[in-house]
Design a protein around this ligand. Structure first.
Ligand code: HEC
Ligand code: HEC
Length: 254
Protein backbone atom coordinates (compact mmCIF):
# COMPACT_ATOMS: atom_id res chain seq x y z
CA UNK A 1 0.00 0.00 0.00
CA UNK A 2 1.42 3.37 -0.99
CA UNK A 3 1.83 6.38 1.28
CA UNK A 4 -0.76 8.19 -0.75
CA UNK A 5 -3.35 5.52 -0.14
CA UNK A 6 -2.59 5.58 3.59
CA UNK A 7 -3.10 9.32 3.83
CA UNK A 8 -6.35 8.95 2.04
CA UNK A 9 -7.70 6.33 4.40
CA UNK A 10 -6.52 8.36 7.36
CA UNK A 11 -8.34 11.46 6.14
CA UNK A 12 -11.55 9.54 5.57
CA UNK A 13 -11.57 7.73 8.89
CA UNK A 14 -10.68 10.90 10.77
CA UNK A 15 -13.63 12.52 9.11
CA UNK A 16 -15.98 9.70 10.08
CA UNK A 17 -14.77 9.97 13.67
CA UNK A 18 -15.39 13.67 13.63
CA UNK A 19 -18.78 13.35 11.97
CA UNK A 20 -20.01 10.80 14.52
CA UNK A 21 -19.61 13.27 17.34
CA UNK A 22 -20.81 16.36 15.50
CA UNK A 23 -23.87 17.38 13.57
CA UNK A 24 -24.00 20.22 11.07
CA UNK A 25 -24.28 23.41 13.09
CA UNK A 26 -24.94 26.89 11.82
CA UNK A 27 -21.32 27.83 12.62
CA UNK A 28 -19.97 24.86 10.65
CA UNK A 29 -22.05 25.80 7.64
CA UNK A 30 -20.98 29.45 7.86
CA UNK A 31 -17.29 28.52 8.18
CA UNK A 32 -17.74 26.06 5.31
CA UNK A 33 -19.17 28.81 3.19
CA UNK A 34 -16.09 30.95 3.81
CA UNK A 35 -13.84 28.01 2.89
CA UNK A 36 -15.86 27.46 -0.25
CA UNK A 37 -15.46 31.10 -1.24
CA UNK A 38 -11.72 30.95 -0.67
CA UNK A 39 -10.91 27.55 -2.19
CA UNK A 40 -13.64 26.43 -4.56
CA UNK A 41 -15.79 29.23 -5.93
CA UNK A 42 -13.32 30.26 -8.64
CA UNK A 43 -13.84 26.95 -10.49
CA UNK A 44 -17.23 25.70 -9.25
CA UNK A 45 -19.10 29.02 -9.24
CA UNK A 46 -21.32 30.66 -6.63
CA UNK A 47 -24.07 28.10 -7.18
CA UNK A 48 -21.73 25.11 -7.45
CA UNK A 49 -22.89 24.28 -10.96
CA UNK A 50 -20.27 25.99 -13.11
CA UNK A 51 -18.57 22.75 -14.21
CA UNK A 52 -20.52 20.61 -16.65
CA UNK A 53 -21.97 17.44 -15.14
CA UNK A 54 -21.38 18.57 -11.54
CA UNK A 55 -23.79 20.41 -9.28
CA UNK A 56 -22.20 20.59 -5.83
CA UNK A 57 -25.25 22.09 -4.11
CA UNK A 58 -27.55 19.34 -5.37
CA UNK A 59 -25.28 16.39 -4.69
CA UNK A 60 -24.70 15.79 -8.38
CA UNK A 61 -21.15 14.40 -8.72
CA UNK A 62 -19.47 12.14 -11.22
CA UNK A 63 -17.91 9.59 -8.88
CA UNK A 64 -18.64 10.25 -5.23
CA UNK A 65 -21.77 9.83 -3.13
CA UNK A 66 -21.03 9.54 0.60
CA UNK A 67 -19.53 12.24 2.82
CA UNK A 68 -16.40 10.10 3.19
CA UNK A 69 -15.88 9.90 -0.56
CA UNK A 70 -16.53 13.60 -0.85
CA UNK A 71 -13.88 14.23 1.80
CA UNK A 72 -11.33 12.19 -0.16
CA UNK A 73 -12.00 14.13 -3.33
CA UNK A 74 -11.68 17.46 -1.53
CA UNK A 75 -8.38 16.53 0.15
CA UNK A 76 -6.84 14.54 -2.69
CA UNK A 77 -8.40 16.06 -5.78
CA UNK A 78 -9.20 13.96 -8.83
CA UNK A 79 -5.89 12.92 -10.44
CA UNK A 80 -5.69 13.58 -14.13
CA UNK A 81 -8.44 16.22 -14.10
CA UNK A 82 -8.55 19.92 -13.29
CA UNK A 83 -9.71 19.18 -9.73
CA UNK A 84 -6.84 19.93 -7.32
CA UNK A 85 -6.59 18.55 -3.81
CA UNK A 86 -6.96 21.02 -0.93
CA UNK A 87 -5.08 19.89 2.17
CA UNK A 88 -7.34 20.78 5.10
CA UNK A 89 -7.81 19.46 8.63
CA UNK A 90 -10.66 16.93 8.90
CA UNK A 91 -12.73 19.42 10.92
CA UNK A 92 -12.41 21.95 8.10
CA UNK A 93 -13.31 19.35 5.49
CA UNK A 94 -16.36 18.55 7.57
CA UNK A 95 -17.39 22.22 7.61
CA UNK A 96 -17.01 22.42 3.86
CA UNK A 97 -19.21 19.36 3.44
CA UNK A 98 -21.75 20.87 5.87
CA UNK A 99 -21.92 23.82 3.54
CA UNK A 100 -22.18 21.72 0.36
CA UNK A 101 -24.99 19.65 1.89
CA UNK A 102 -26.92 22.84 2.74
CA UNK A 103 -25.90 24.89 -0.23
CA UNK A 104 -29.07 24.45 -2.27
CA UNK A 105 -31.20 26.00 0.49
CA UNK A 106 -28.74 28.74 1.28
CA UNK A 107 -28.20 29.78 -2.30
CA UNK A 108 -31.85 29.27 -3.30
CA UNK A 109 -30.75 27.06 -6.15
CA UNK A 110 -34.39 26.56 -6.99
CA UNK A 111 -34.58 29.50 -9.30
CA UNK A 112 -37.26 31.99 -8.33
CA UNK A 113 -37.10 33.71 -11.68
CA UNK A 114 -39.88 32.84 -14.15
CA UNK A 115 -38.86 30.74 -17.12
CA UNK A 116 -38.70 33.46 -19.76
CA UNK A 117 -37.63 37.01 -19.23
CA UNK A 118 -38.16 39.93 -21.53
CA UNK A 119 -35.02 42.11 -21.86
CA UNK A 120 -36.93 45.27 -22.78
CA UNK A 121 -38.92 45.15 -19.56
CA UNK A 122 -35.72 44.25 -17.71
CA UNK A 123 -34.05 47.43 -18.97
CA UNK A 124 -36.98 49.55 -17.75
CA UNK A 125 -36.80 47.90 -14.32
CA UNK A 126 -33.02 48.22 -14.16
CA UNK A 127 -33.12 51.93 -14.92
CA UNK A 128 -36.38 52.62 -13.10
CA UNK A 129 -38.22 50.98 -10.22
CA UNK A 130 -35.49 48.52 -9.16
CA UNK A 131 -32.90 51.29 -8.88
CA UNK A 132 -30.00 49.19 -10.20
CA UNK A 133 -28.69 51.96 -12.44
CA UNK A 134 -28.18 54.15 -9.38
CA UNK A 135 -25.18 51.96 -8.54
CA UNK A 136 -24.30 50.11 -11.77
CA UNK A 137 -23.16 51.42 -15.12
CA UNK A 138 -23.96 49.84 -18.46
CA UNK A 139 -22.05 51.27 -21.43
CA UNK A 140 -21.31 54.53 -19.65
CA UNK A 141 -24.78 55.12 -18.15
CA UNK A 142 -25.41 54.80 -14.41
CA UNK A 143 -23.74 55.04 -11.01
CA UNK A 144 -20.40 53.85 -9.69
CA UNK A 145 -21.24 52.40 -6.29
CA UNK A 146 -21.25 48.91 -7.83
CA UNK A 147 -19.28 47.15 -10.58
CA UNK A 148 -19.77 48.02 -14.23
CA UNK A 149 -22.24 45.48 -15.66
CA UNK A 150 -21.61 46.14 -19.38
CA UNK A 151 -20.18 42.65 -19.90
CA UNK A 152 -22.27 40.62 -17.48
CA UNK A 153 -23.42 38.35 -20.30
CA UNK A 154 -19.85 37.16 -20.78
CA UNK A 155 -19.03 36.60 -17.11
CA UNK A 156 -22.12 35.51 -15.19
CA UNK A 157 -24.56 32.72 -15.87
CA UNK A 158 -28.31 33.41 -15.27
CA UNK A 159 -28.20 31.55 -11.92
CA UNK A 160 -25.32 33.78 -10.81
CA UNK A 161 -27.11 36.97 -11.83
CA UNK A 162 -30.13 35.81 -9.86
CA UNK A 163 -28.00 35.05 -6.81
CA UNK A 164 -26.31 38.43 -7.03
CA UNK A 165 -29.74 40.00 -6.70
CA UNK A 166 -31.10 37.72 -3.97
CA UNK A 167 -27.98 37.20 -1.84
CA UNK A 168 -25.52 40.00 -2.55
CA UNK A 169 -23.27 38.83 0.28
CA UNK A 170 -23.32 35.13 -0.45
CA UNK A 171 -22.83 35.72 -4.13
CA UNK A 172 -19.94 37.99 -3.55
CA UNK A 173 -16.71 36.50 -4.89
CA UNK A 174 -14.72 39.27 -6.35
CA UNK A 175 -11.01 40.00 -6.26
CA UNK A 176 -11.88 43.52 -5.14
CA UNK A 177 -14.15 43.25 -2.09
CA UNK A 178 -16.21 46.16 -0.75
CA UNK A 179 -13.98 48.12 1.59
CA UNK A 180 -14.32 51.06 3.98
CA UNK A 181 -11.58 53.36 5.23
CA UNK A 182 -11.90 56.20 7.75
CA UNK A 183 -9.19 58.85 7.62
CA UNK A 184 -7.78 60.57 10.68
CA UNK A 185 -9.39 63.80 9.46
CA UNK A 186 -12.81 62.10 9.61
CA UNK A 187 -13.43 61.45 5.89
CA UNK A 188 -14.95 58.03 5.11
CA UNK A 189 -13.99 56.39 1.83
CA UNK A 190 -16.15 53.56 0.50
CA UNK A 191 -14.91 51.56 -2.42
CA UNK A 192 -13.38 48.36 -3.69
CA UNK A 193 -10.01 47.14 -2.49
CA UNK A 194 -7.53 46.83 -5.36
CA UNK A 195 -4.25 46.33 -3.56
CA UNK A 196 -2.58 46.76 -0.19
CA UNK A 197 0.83 46.57 1.44
CA UNK A 198 2.26 47.45 4.82
CA UNK A 199 2.35 51.21 4.06
CA UNK A 200 -0.69 51.90 1.93
CA UNK A 201 -4.02 50.76 0.55
CA UNK A 202 -5.31 51.27 -3.00
CA UNK A 203 -9.05 51.59 -3.54
CA UNK A 204 -11.38 52.43 -6.35
CA UNK A 205 -13.86 54.66 -4.54
CA UNK A 206 -17.62 54.75 -5.14
CA UNK A 207 -17.25 57.63 -7.56
CA UNK A 208 -14.85 55.62 -9.69
CA UNK A 209 -11.65 57.42 -8.59
CA UNK A 210 -8.48 55.53 -7.77
CA UNK A 211 -7.32 56.41 -4.25
CA UNK A 212 -4.08 55.51 -2.59
CA UNK A 213 -4.28 55.93 1.21
CA UNK A 214 -1.35 55.82 3.59
CA UNK A 215 -1.98 53.52 6.51
CA UNK A 216 -0.55 56.18 8.84
CA UNK A 217 -3.42 58.49 7.74
CA UNK A 218 -6.11 55.95 8.61
CA UNK A 219 -8.14 55.71 11.77
CA UNK A 220 -9.69 52.43 10.64
CA UNK A 221 -9.95 50.32 7.52
CA UNK A 222 -11.35 46.95 6.55
CA UNK A 223 -13.58 44.84 4.37
CA UNK A 224 -17.28 45.44 4.83
CA UNK A 225 -20.49 43.69 3.87
CA UNK A 226 -21.91 44.44 0.48
CA UNK A 227 -23.97 47.62 0.32
CA UNK A 228 -26.04 46.15 -2.46
CA UNK A 229 -29.52 45.53 -1.02
CA UNK A 230 -31.12 42.07 -1.38
CA UNK A 231 -34.04 42.05 -3.79
CA UNK A 232 -35.55 38.90 -2.28
CA UNK A 233 -39.26 39.60 -1.88
CA UNK A 234 -38.84 43.00 -3.54
CA UNK A 235 -39.17 41.84 -7.14
CA UNK A 236 -41.62 39.30 -8.59
CA UNK A 237 -40.42 36.11 -10.33
CA UNK A 238 -41.23 37.71 -13.68
CA UNK A 239 -39.35 40.91 -12.82
CA UNK A 240 -36.27 38.92 -11.77
CA UNK A 241 -36.40 36.98 -15.05
CA UNK A 242 -36.73 40.21 -17.06
CA UNK A 243 -33.66 41.74 -15.40
CA UNK A 244 -31.67 38.50 -15.84
CA UNK A 245 -32.58 38.47 -19.54
CA UNK A 246 -31.51 42.11 -19.88
CA UNK A 247 -28.17 41.59 -18.12
CA UNK A 248 -27.53 38.34 -19.99
CA UNK A 249 -27.62 40.39 -23.20
CA UNK A 250 -24.92 42.77 -21.96
CA UNK A 251 -21.79 41.71 -23.81
CA UNK A 252 -19.92 44.99 -24.03
CA UNK A 253 -19.80 47.47 -26.87
CA UNK A 254 -20.67 45.69 -30.13
C1 HEC B 1 -8.86 24.73 -10.28
C2 HEC B 1 -10.27 24.42 -10.37
C3 HEC B 1 -10.94 23.71 -9.20
C4 HEC B 1 -10.91 24.04 -7.86
C5 HEC B 1 -10.16 25.18 -7.19
C6 HEC B 1 -11.80 23.10 -7.20
N1 HEC B 1 -12.32 22.22 -8.10
FE1 HEC B 1 -13.57 20.66 -7.69
N2 HEC B 1 -13.49 20.07 -9.63
C7 HEC B 1 -12.83 20.74 -10.64
C8 HEC B 1 -12.99 20.00 -11.88
C9 HEC B 1 -12.44 20.41 -13.25
C10 HEC B 1 -13.77 18.86 -11.57
C11 HEC B 1 -14.22 17.76 -12.53
C12 HEC B 1 -13.26 16.63 -12.48
C13 HEC B 1 -13.70 15.56 -13.44
O1 HEC B 1 -13.55 15.78 -14.62
O2 HEC B 1 -14.22 14.57 -12.98
C14 HEC B 1 -14.07 18.96 -10.15
C15 HEC B 1 -14.81 18.01 -9.44
C16 HEC B 1 -15.22 18.15 -8.14
C17 HEC B 1 -16.11 17.24 -7.45
C18 HEC B 1 -16.78 16.00 -8.06
C19 HEC B 1 -15.93 14.79 -7.95
C20 HEC B 1 -16.61 13.63 -8.66
O3 HEC B 1 -16.14 13.27 -9.70
O4 HEC B 1 -17.57 13.11 -8.17
C21 HEC B 1 -16.27 17.72 -6.19
C22 HEC B 1 -17.10 17.12 -5.07
C23 HEC B 1 -15.48 18.93 -6.08
N3 HEC B 1 -14.85 19.16 -7.29
C24 HEC B 1 -15.41 19.72 -4.95
C25 HEC B 1 -14.54 20.80 -4.81
C26 HEC B 1 -14.38 21.56 -3.60
C27 HEC B 1 -15.19 21.35 -2.32
C28 HEC B 1 -13.43 22.50 -3.84
C29 HEC B 1 -12.83 23.50 -2.86
C30 HEC B 1 -12.17 22.93 -1.72
C31 HEC B 1 -13.00 22.34 -5.22
N4 HEC B 1 -13.71 21.31 -5.77
C32 HEC B 1 -12.05 23.12 -5.84
C33 HEC B 1 -12.13 21.91 -10.52
C34 HEC B 1 -11.83 22.56 -9.34
C1 HEC C 1 -26.67 50.52 -3.41
C2 HEC C 1 -25.92 50.12 -4.59
C3 HEC C 1 -26.43 48.92 -5.39
C4 HEC C 1 -27.70 48.72 -5.94
C5 HEC C 1 -28.95 49.57 -5.78
C6 HEC C 1 -27.60 47.51 -6.72
N1 HEC C 1 -26.34 47.00 -6.64
FE1 HEC C 1 -25.65 45.33 -7.60
N2 HEC C 1 -23.87 45.50 -6.63
C7 HEC C 1 -23.50 46.54 -5.81
C8 HEC C 1 -22.16 46.29 -5.30
C9 HEC C 1 -21.39 47.16 -4.32
C10 HEC C 1 -21.74 45.06 -5.88
C11 HEC C 1 -20.35 44.40 -5.71
C12 HEC C 1 -20.37 43.10 -5.00
C13 HEC C 1 -21.04 43.18 -3.69
O1 HEC C 1 -20.69 44.06 -2.89
O2 HEC C 1 -21.94 42.37 -3.45
C14 HEC C 1 -22.84 44.61 -6.72
C15 HEC C 1 -22.81 43.44 -7.46
C16 HEC C 1 -23.75 43.10 -8.43
C17 HEC C 1 -23.62 42.01 -9.37
C18 HEC C 1 -22.41 41.09 -9.46
C19 HEC C 1 -21.40 41.73 -10.35
C20 HEC C 1 -20.11 40.95 -10.44
O3 HEC C 1 -19.26 41.36 -11.25
O4 HEC C 1 -19.93 39.96 -9.72
C21 HEC C 1 -24.75 42.00 -10.13
C22 HEC C 1 -25.08 41.06 -11.29
C23 HEC C 1 -25.59 43.07 -9.66
N3 HEC C 1 -24.96 43.72 -8.61
C24 HEC C 1 -26.83 43.37 -10.18
C25 HEC C 1 -27.68 44.31 -9.64
C26 HEC C 1 -29.05 44.50 -10.08
C27 HEC C 1 -29.71 43.72 -11.21
C28 HEC C 1 -29.59 45.49 -9.30
C29 HEC C 1 -31.01 45.98 -9.30
C30 HEC C 1 -32.04 44.95 -9.22
C31 HEC C 1 -28.53 45.94 -8.39
N4 HEC C 1 -27.41 45.20 -8.63
C32 HEC C 1 -28.66 46.96 -7.46
C33 HEC C 1 -24.26 47.66 -5.51
C34 HEC C 1 -25.60 47.82 -5.85
Amino acid sequence: MTMRRLTLIFAASALSAWAQTHSYSQEDIEEGRRRYQTNCIGCHGVDGAAIAGIDLGRGKFKRVTSDDELAKVIVEGVPGTGMPGTPLFPSRVFMLISYLRNMSDLTSRKSIAAATGEPGRGKLLFEGKAGCAGCHRILGQGGRKGPDLSETGHFLRPAEIEMSMLEPDAAYASDSPPYRAVLNGGETVLGFLLNQNSDSIQLKDDRGNLRSLLRSDLKEAGQVKSWMPSYRGQLSAQELADIIAYLGNQKGAQ
